[in-house]
Write a protein that binds this ligand. Sequence first.
Ligand code: ATP
Ligand code: MG
Length: 194
Amino acid sequence: RAESAQRLRQGVDRATHTVHQLLALARSGADALDMAQREHELVALVSDRVVLASPMALSRQIELELQAPEECWLRVNRESVGALIDNLVDNAIKYTPAGGKVDVLLLDEGAGQVRLRLEDSGPGIPPAERERVFDRFYRVPGATESAPGTGLGLPIVRAVAQRHGATVRLDDSPLGGLRVEVRFPVPEGGAAGP
Ligand code: ATP
Ligand code: MG
């Protein structure tokens, strides 16, 4: 009985996650009214999301580190950029084997140009798969048996980035796994401020 209760719980968790991801994807393509962008302080936003992910990192003995300037203002839609950050942090922790390392970096390049970069020590994504992983429901074959997911995280990340005029790049990380970099462009009128 305990075993089937456990399986039921896992099934409910997965269904809940799928609904959550579908909603985030739908919202990321929502009309301009729902995507209102305002000046937000990104260091606080990113560190909130990293703190929320830290129990998951801890449970997998993954060292999760945030490097960021003191503050960094950018015109964004808070909810959808939160979903973008959550999905990148979730992937980095989920696909990195226990005992690994995940770095989250927020880089203020000046003149309102901001980069969000994630580095991990996991298996990475082979170059031939780096475009396909942005397709809805696509998961790299053979790499995902141990980590459940719906294949919607990176499509959400790309849709949110596009809504903000930002680009998403996948590369090799110096930590041995994947580097994901989201580059937010120079906003009109120069550097952003509160
Ligand atoms: P979901 O995010 O919806 O729960 P998912 O993680 O499988 O499911 P995506 O976030 O879109 O979906 O990622 C697509 C695929 O890209 C993953 O299934 C995995 O194969 C690969 N992937 C994503 N991030 C990483 C990473 N940091 N390291 C290695 N592989 C990754
Ligand atoms: Mg994911």
